[in-house]
Design a protein around this ligand. Structure first.
Ligand SMILES: Cc1cc2nc3c(=O)[nH]c(=O)nc-3n(C[C@H](O)[C@H](O)[C@H](O)COP(=O)(O)O)c2cc1C
Length: 354
């Protein structure tokens, strides 16, 4: 049974499997707590092409009765959006909790559960959760031992190279290989770095050579140039998870894949952001919290206009819906969408996010 599950997961996911179609680039939307919730996934996937999987932000505190509050249940309402599979994610160091959640997701019809071992924030990591678990391969092994025996859907992992040191990944690769994780996404930084510095491509490459499972690259792909640089570096990788770059330029997956894109991108972005706004107002019954969520997202979207600081300034003080609407009108009247291709340089966002 377990091996059937493994083969099923790998025939879907493993680009190197013999029975497979020709190599194609796959792109995943990275999970973002506070942004990539059900409303974002739905609206994003109805406006833009090129994404092959959508990850939910992490779930925690799954109690033994599996009584998720309505808001959280709603987040698991759709197993796919506009034909793109949704993958729930859990942050936990409790094997029983992970198993319960996996079984719950299976009942709901999801094909895969992702385990978060990448979260770098001290409040999480100090409790040996998220990337704080990476220095403890025995603990990871013990949890996987239990989880893999009791889980029927594909079980994937998202991690960093380590928490204190990138060398931690070398003790984890045999564990991931042994348990035949269906897919391993590695954000090529360590937890202690948070988002500073550069992704460590050298250690990522060494880890890649040791892994016998499908590997997904994650980290600092903000433009087609960045993508080409990293993909030239790792010709064996054909699956990429993109976070901030995609949030800033929602066309990025289509640009990377060479898919047709409408000529007036500024107008397309306007339609997208307006629909996102209406959808959040509907989801939250016009609760002003909508503005907080949208401002969080505008941190990223502003990066693809010709003056990110001024664009964000137009919106950041909005406390009422009409102020937000006036701000958005002004942004689209006064500034120009330049996208990831029009930016002067790739790399660090102009607006500090942390
Ligand atoms: C605000 C914020 C929230 C995030 N939430 C999650 C999360 O819920 N689960 C997760 O695995 N990663 C989370 N991440 C990490 C991203 O998924 C991604 O790994 C990271 O941004 C690096 O990819 P990028 O360079 O393409 O942005 C979050 C990152 C940020 C900045």
């Amino acid at each position: 049974m377990k091996y059937e599950r493994y083969d099923d997961c790998h025939s879907i996911l493993n680009p190197n499997s013999k029975s497979l179609k020709p190599l194609t680039t796959s792109i995943y939307l990275a999970p973002f707590q506070g942004i990539t919730g059900v409303t974002f996934r739905k609206v994003y996937s109805s406006h833009f092409q090129g994404v092959d999987k959508l990850y939910t932000p992490f779930f925690t505190a799954i109690n033994s009765e599996l009584k998720l509050p309505a808001r959280k249940l709603n987040e698991l309402g759709h197993v796919s959006e506009n034909g793109v599979d949704v993958v729930p994610q859990i942050l936990s160091k409790d094997a029983d909790e992970i198993i319960r959640f996996a079984q719950f997701c299976e009942k709901l019809g999801f094909k895969e559960l992702n385990w978060n071992m990448g979260c770098p924030y001290p409040m999480v990591a100090n409790k040996k959760r998220g990337s704080g678990m990476l220095p403890y391969p025995e603990m990871v092994d013990e949890i996987l031992q239990k989880v893999m025996a009791e889980t029927n859907i594909c079980f994937s992992v998202k991690c960093r190279l380590g928490y204190f040191s990138p060398d931690e990944i070398y003790k984890l690769t045999p564990v991931f290989n042994h348990h035949k994780i269906s897919e391993l996404t590695i954000h090529a930084r360590i937890g202690k770095q948070l988002y500073t510095g550069e992704p460590d491509l050298e250690t990522f490459g060494k880890a890649l050579s040791l892994l016998k499972i499908p590997v997904v690259y994650n980290g600092d792909i903000f433009s087609l140039n960045d993508f080409q640089r990293v993909s030239n570096h790792f010709p064996a990788i054909n699956t990429w998870m993109i976070g901030r770059g995609l949030l800033s330029d929602p066309f990025l997956p289509a640009i990377i894949k060479g898919l047709p894109i409408e000529t007036d991108r500024q107008a397309a972005i306007r339609r997208f952001i307006d629909e996102l706004y209406s959808a959040y107002r509907m989801q939250l019954n016009d609760n002003p919290a909508v503005l907080g969520i949208l401002k969080e997202y505008w941190h990223y979207l502003a990066e693809s206009f010709n003056n990110p600081h001024k664009v964000f300034k137009k919106l950041k003080k909005a406390k009422k819906f009409d102020e937000y609407e006036t701000g958005v009108d002004a942004v689209f009247r006064e500034y120009e969408w330049v996208g990831s291709e029009g930016k002067m340089q790739s790399g660090e966002p102009a607006i500090s996010l942390f």
